[in-house]
Ligand binder design. Structure first.
Ligand code: PEP
Ligand code: MN
Length: 337
């Protein structure tokens, strides 16, 4: 942190800032300039409380020069992290495709869709057994039964399973069936869940909250890493804006922003990101062109009968077309798919 003193600050005021910093265990480095003095602070083990300095006499402004997150930052860990989900590497050269229904509805439904997406080249199977629904009257998911169906679909297809965990009390149960725990947008700042998931030993797919800044997103991931679990995949799934032609606004610029600041892989979810089936393939292409490490796409063999998110589900045939279109883009980016 850099404390910039006012042009009229006295040497006593500079000394008082230095003393305050030292009392808090930091080292203070005054840098006299032609117009004013700045004081650099080092030796902190976490974020420095800028409030302790802002109101001291003679202080003009307090400038943060480092980030409040550490373990997720590229500064701390320069190499890309590759997360293995049931043996599938996420964050390496290969672009990963996660596909499946929004919700597990029956054994027949999830196995049919799993086989279809596998046939067309998906690497991981998605599907919710616990569904966070806006209305309490909407389908809430099959719960443990749904988890068993996902395990059966994995046994049938070999696709590792990504599924959502809604609360800290079901982490162990979901982890017993899942290869990767998904933490949804609505739970991005459920700190008890983040900590518990961090202790689960499973990789985590962390979705961005619908009004989360990049820093809040990173700090949510930091909760998981700080529990000793470095296997976090970030997922951009669209944020709330004033745009009215999509369900959410897919903030694709977050892909290069994450890549610059963090070593964690980032995938996108063009299904929830747009909410409309016809926009899913274009935004999948764009995601891969922007450098995303993967995409998560909802697929249903009978979208008109889906119990959740039918309007954004691709049919297996549309998913096959998507896969054909993204292959050349991945290769143009020097990646495989
Ligand atoms: C989902 O992926 O099934 C889901 C509920 O997504 P989100 O948390 O992004 O809304
Ligand atoms: Mn959904």
């Amino acid at each position: 942190m850099l404390i910039v003193m006012d042009r009229t600050a006295t040497p006593e005021q500079v000394s008082a800032v230095v003393e305050t910093a030292e009392k808090r265990g930091y080292r203070a480095h005054p840098i006299p300039g032609a117009q004013r003095t700045a004081i650099g602070l080092t030796g902190n083990r976490g974020a420095i409380d800028s409030g302790a300095f802002e109101n001291l006499p003679g202080v003009f402004e307090v400038v943060r020069v480092s980030h409040p997150y550490k373990l997720v930052s590229r500064e701390f860990h320069p190499e890309d992290t590759i997360v293995s989900v049931g043996g599938v590497p996420v964050g390496g050269k290969q672009v990963v495709v996660i596909a499946g229904p929004c919700a597990v509805e029956s054994l027949e439904q999830v196995v049919t869709i799993a086989k279809a997406v596998k046939e067309h080249g998906a690497h991981l199977l998605r599907g919710g057994a616990y569904k966070p629904r806006t209305s309490p009257y909407s389908f809430q998911g099959l719960g443990e039964e749904g988890l068993e169906m996902l395990s059966a679909a994995r046994a049938e297809t070999g696709l590792p399973v990504v599924t959502e965990v809604l609360d800290a009390s079901t982490v162990d149960l979901v982890a017993a069936h899942a290869d990767c725990l998904q933490i949804g947008a609505r739970n991005m700042q459920n700190f008890e869940l983040l900590k518990r998931a961090g202790q689960s030993g499973k990789p985590i797919l962390l979705k961005r909250g619908m009004s989360a800044t990049l820093e809040e997103f990173f700090l949510a991931a930091e909760y998981i890493l700080s529990e000793g679990n470095p296997n976090v995949i970030l997922c951009e799934r669209g944020i709330r804006t004033f745009s009215d032609f999509t369900r959410n606004t897919m903030d694709l610029a977050i892909v290069p922003a994450v890549e610059r600041l963090s070593h964690l892989p980032i995938v996108t979810d063009p299904s929830h990101g747009t909410g409309k089936r016809h926009k899913v393939t274009p935004m999948s292409r764009a995601s891969i062109a922007a450098g995303a490490d993967g995409i998560a796409v909802e697929v249903h063999h009978k979208p008109q009968e889906a119990l959740s998110d039918g309007p954004q589900a691709l049919t297996p045939a549309m998913f096959a077309e998507l896969m054909a279109e993204v292959g050349p883009i991945a290769r143009a980016m020097g990646r495989s798919i």
